[in-house]
Write a protein that binds this ligand. Structure first.
Ligand code: FHN
Length: 588
């Protein structure tokens, strides 16, 4: 294989962890986003007719996420519409939902006004496939929710599936093999049909996508933007079959709502305001972009009666801390039942996260990303002269080491106001002496008062020269070390096994690596990796190996000394490997 070496101009200012606000956007855009960046934590609500089958069709548990049951089960339109007759959320209490979000410490919520099944939770004048016309409940569900949000001071967002619509003729349908849902006896015939019909499985879905957009999607977006007292967020989803021209149909509506925040899922190349990593926490933040991780509390967005795979409260708190320490927001989902109840396990977890937020919320709200690229024991956030240390692994010897030279003038444990600590500072480090056990049931947070602004400690690989087995013409090796996980390195076509290398400039102890992988929620791919270090004899010695998560990967290891590191990669299913960012961090 041909070796290609590129020497990079050092990019110190593009270090991975910037604690500055995004720079590329206009000042007015910053003002518009301010409440959102300060808020950090929001509630996602996936609710619709799919809560009636709740993951079961023809007495079979349909695989995958609950709100996709119509597509995964290949349920004909007329049959699916019958479920609406059982959608009667008499226990719906919008005020209680909003109060629950508030109790959890959330500052905004986003609800599915219409998901891919095309069913609207509002009274739409352009269809009868909505809660008012098609269900025994017969009342708009979003009006009282909007009122409750206003009353409780919670910002309001509506999710709207602009492209996929499996009920209105012409709507898009992502093509999924029938067997991925269940052992459907008609799989072969259905798959042959979906192949010829843009993913549709029922002739009732046929029609022109442009007509669907003009007659259903665009008018409905106008309805939701105008009828609920003004939205704070419009959350697009899955731009299946969208192009620039189709996306532009929505733009005049958006222009009338200058404060509206939108995401990057409209399609047609429109970036919107936010990146939306789904079901994973990116290895690094996104410089110059706002971003929000959306995540389920179990394994489904829409209610499924048989999904009991709940994340623990502690796990949810750690995720919130991790996301916020990288400069992002966390949009955490609940999937209410067809009767209108948020599942009890979700309620319990939200209340417990709220207890933690009551004590530790100041380490979350209004903070900036950690100035440290990596800390072996946890995470950090920054707000003015306060540095918040989120101590995931409490030090057994009671000594917490931090690469900080700023003078520390105060130390507080947020969960224990009586806590006393000593601080010593020398040789570029601060050591904080802690009691040998934490007094917080969940994630303890230590607040430091510091003088001045902490220096950003970038990964030791930032802006360093790299090499690779080859580089595709569309990519660049510089992308690996520029701090931007939205651009890519990949080898030339056909090279399923490839390597990348970095020269750190001098020998040093390294104890953590991470990579960012390209992401779309619908094509996550795992890659084989082997991290190696060059030893004194020039031999490559394995440090750690395994499979990536397919959405980025990060690992700590016993410190290894080295100057040259190499990452061997193999792409999934014979494809070329792809990496957007490769980070090495120095041991503390
Ligand atoms: O297909 C949807 C899915 O049902 C869910 O709504 C998530 C939430 O982000 N978005 C899509 C997949 O990316």
């Amino acid at each position: 294989m041909k070796r290609v070496i590129f020497f990079l101009i050092l990019l110190p200012l593009l270090a991975v962890h910037s604690c500055k606000q995004p720079a590329k956007q206009e000042v007015s855009a910053e003002n518009r986003m301010q409440w959102w960046t300060d808020a950090k934590f929001g509630l996602f609500i996936h609710w619709g007719v799919y809560a009636v089958p709740a993951g079961v069709y023809k007495e079979v548990q349909i695989k995958n996420i609950g709100e996709w049951i119509m597509n995964r089960g290949k349920i004909p339109v007329a049959e699916y519409r019958e479920f609406a007759k059982q959608f009667n959320p008499v226990k719906y209490d919008p005020e209680a939902w909003v109060k629950l979000a508030k109790e959890a410490g959330m500052k905004y919520l986003v609800i599915t006004s219409k998901h891919h099944d095309g069913f609207a939770l509002f009274d739409s004048k352009v269809t009868d496939w909505d809660v008012v016309d098609a269900t025994p409940y017969g009342k708009d569900l979003l009006t009282p929710l909007a009122e409750a949000c206003k009353k409780e001071g919670i910002k309001l967002g509506f999710y709207y599936s602009q492209a996929q619509d499996w009920t209105h003729p012409g709507g898009a349908a992502a093509r999924r093999p029938a067997v991925e849902g269940w052992a459907n006896p008609d799989s072969a015939a259905i798959d042959a049909y979906t192949k010829e019909h843009r993913g549709h499985w029922d002739p009732a879905q046929e029609g022109s996508m442009d007509d669907y957009l003009d007659k259903i999607a665009v008018p409905q977006v106008k309805e939701i933007l105008e009828n609920y007292g003004g939205l704070d967020i419009l959350w697009w989803d899955t731009p299946t079959d969208m192009n620039k021209e189709r996306a532009e149909k929505f733009l005049p509506l958006l222009a009338n709502h200058p404060n509206l925040i939108t995401n990057n899922r409209l399609g047609g190349g429109y970036q919107g305001d936010t990146e939306t990593p789904e079901q994973y926490i990116p290895s690094t933040g996104f410089p110059d972009r706002h971003w929000e991780v959306c995540m389920t509390m179990n394994d489904t967005w829409g209610f499924k009666s048989w999904d009991h795979d709940w994340k623990s409260t502690n796990d949810l708190i750690l995720k919130l801390s991790d996301i916020v320490s990288k400069g992002g927001n966390f949009l955490l989902n609940v999937g209410p039942t067809a009767e209108g109840e948020i599942p009890q396990p979700s309620i319990e977890r939200l209340k417990e996260v709220g207890q933690w937020m009551k004590v530790n919320g100041e380490a979350i709200y209004g903070t900036q990303a950690s100035p440290f690229a990596w800390l072996p024991w946890g995470k950090a956030t920054l707000k003015g002269q306060n540095l918040y240390l989120h101590v995931v692994t409490w030090p057994a010897d009671g000594k917490l080491k931090l690469p900080l030279t700023n003078k520390i003038t105060g130390v507080t444990l947020l969960a224990d106001p009586g806590f006393k600590s000593e601080v010593s500072q020398s040789e570029g480090y601060a050591v904080i002496t802690l009691p040998t056990q934490s007094s917080d049931q969940w994630l303890p947070v230590i607040k430091l008062d510091i003088e001045g602004t902490p220096a950003v400690v970038s990964p030791v690989s930032s802006g360093k020269p790299g090499a690779a087995s080859s580089v595709d013409a569309s990519a660049s090796i510089a992308h690996l070390f520029d701090g931007d996980p939205l651009n890519t390195w990949k080898p030339v076509a056909g090279e399923n096994k490839a390597w990348i290398e970095v020269d750190l400039g001098e020998e040093m102890p390294v104890a953590n690596f991470s990579i960012s992988e390209p992401w779309k929620p619908w094509d996550r791919k795992r890659q084989d990796f082997e991290l190696r270090v060059k030893d004194k004899e020039g031999k490559w010695v394995t440090v750690i190996s395994g499979k990536t998560r397919g959405s980025g990967h990060s690992a700590d290891f016993e410190p290894v000394n080295g100057r040259y590191f190499r990452l061997d990669l193999a792409g999934p299913n014979g494809e070329v490997p792809v990496v957007n960012e490769w980070v090495l961090n120095r041991a503390l």
